[in-house]
Design a protein around this ligand. Sequence first.
Ligand code: DSN
Length: 426
Amino acid sequence: MQKDNLVFELLQKELKRQREGIELIASENFTSLAVMQAMGSVATNKYAEGYPGKRYYGGCEVIDEIETLAIERLKQVFQCSWANVQPHSGAQANTAVFLACLKPGDKILGLDLSMGGHLTHGSPANFSGKNYQAFFYGVDKETGLIDYAHLEETARREKPKMIICGASAHSRDWDYARIRAVADEIGALVLADIAHPAGLIAAGLLSDPFDHCHIVTSTTHKTLRGPRGGIIAMRNDFENPFGHKDPKGNIRMMSALLDLAVFPGMQGGPLEHVIAAKAVAFGEILTDDFKNYGKQVITNAQAMAKAFVDRGYQLISGGTDNHLMLIDLRNKGITGKKAQESLDKAHITLNKNAVPFDDKSPFVTSGIRIGLPAITTRGLKETDMETIAALIDQVLVAPDDETVLKNVRSSVMDLMKQFPLYAELP
Ligand code: DSN
């Protein structure tokens, strides 16, 4: 078979881009080589619809061992009694939870997308806003913190069946106990989507949602530093409080309904090569190295936040508890879109992001989101954050100045040469 030069040259080009840039997209990370090797393995060849021990295909004995290992390691990571590692993504994981817990038209309550929430938490553009009646809470205009009083008021008034906590662009920890208290008052379930901070929760550095939230979903590729994918987990199993039954009309525990919702409910064959890579990543998360990584992510984020505040930038909520920060650029006279485009030219990658109460469209935005998981994996420390903030500031002050962009790009390349990425690869 001839090698596909076109695709492999493009992949080499992408590796070069990753090596030479400063990666600040809060939802990205660099997996270990072992995680990538598991993903690019023979497990991609195998059909395994079903679950370990109950498959619709022959020849699944090794795949069963791989998937069981992934499940057991994930249970250990979060001290859970049940986990499903098959969702292809975080969105799929959330879809499965909705399918298992709710009926179309049921009310849900989530963090508004424009306030840092996620599409799958009820946005009208998404299945969650189309098939369910979505209500939203937000953040306080002054403090940028979650407006729990508004959440409680909306919950008591609308009585949603499910309250969703979790965010894509919120830099503070969550009060899961407070959300559970109001959910118990109105008989609602609580879903925590921890896609962003999951790795920091796994490392014991942020509040633990599992004690208070009935069901937890996550992606595996952000702070968990695994392959692109999703998971669902519960510390304690329970009966669906809304009387849902399985297709045979039997009352089942939530774990069984969630398994059925993932397969055959909304997915076919699981991506067993990705599940193998998830098992590798979960094994890595159980090490002390990962705990140290989590601590460094937070140290770096706080150092970066301080460096921006010192330069007169306005951070939503004034700082960060986790791996990211959201910067409102309105006092700097540049939009999120322009900032992202100019920084791209300087090999600094991040994303434009709406800020709470934004007056610009989601395609333009007033803000940028900065995340530290990826550069922390590369080995950068808190002293480097001052350097990076200074480089970003130079670009944002003169976004169209080609000389500035060229000089910053060259400084970025020099800096990142000191932190080799995938040195084992050509
Ligand atoms: N979770 C989004 C992000 O944070 O980039 C993608 O869905």
